[in-house]
Ligand binder design. Structure first.
Ligand SMILES: Nc1nc2c(c(=O)[nH]1)N=C([C@H](O)[C@H](O)COP(=O)(O)OP(=O)(O)OP(=O)(O)O)CN2
Ligand SMILES: [Zn+2]
Length: 127
């Protein structure tokens, strides 16, 4: 049986978006409560009844959240222009070696806007 497991995480951080026009509100220093949703796709192991323990997702994601939480994102290598698009890519690059079956990263910066990213495929998920 093929399934998708999703797990959600949150962090708070400050940003400025240098790609926006001079005088635009997004160039000013401001912050968001970001939500990160990590999706894993794969086959359920009939012996265990799970794809793999979703605690593994937390173990992979939490060090990244520690790196970003209550930081100025523009100072983080790779996030000099911290749009939700570049943040989704940043998380994908770091998680794809750790999480077999990584299928999608979603970054929400407000309750009504999010970026969904599916990067180059990882190895298949195994429990
Ligand atoms: N494609 C993107 N567009 C925008 C991004 C982004 O990362 N990718 N980011 C921003 C800013 O971070 C901005 O701070 C977002 O907040 P805001 O514009 O207030 O968002 P709202 O959902 O409240 O939308 P409004 O239409 O401005 O009310 C902007 N754009
Ligand atoms: Zn913003």
């Amino acid at each position: 049986m093929r399934v998708t497991i999703e797990k959600d995480f949150r962090f708070e951080a400050a940003q400025q978006l240098p790609g926006f026009p001079e005088g635009h509100k997004c160039r000013r220093l401001h912050g968001h409560s970001f939500e990160v949703r990590v999706a894993i796709e794969g086959e359920v192991d009939p012996a265990t009844g799970i794809l793999y323990d979703h605690a593994r997702i937390s173990r992979a994601v939490e060090p990244l959240l520690t790196e970003l939480d209550h930081r100025f994102l523009n100072e983080i290598p790779g996030l000099e222009n911290p749009t939700i698009e570049s943040m989704a890519h940043w998380f994908w690059e770091r998680l794809v070696p750790l999480l077999p079956g990584l299928a999608q990263i979603t970054i929400c910066e407000t309750p009504r806007v999010r970026c969904l990213y599916r990067g180059p495929t990882s190895s298949p998920a195994r429990s």
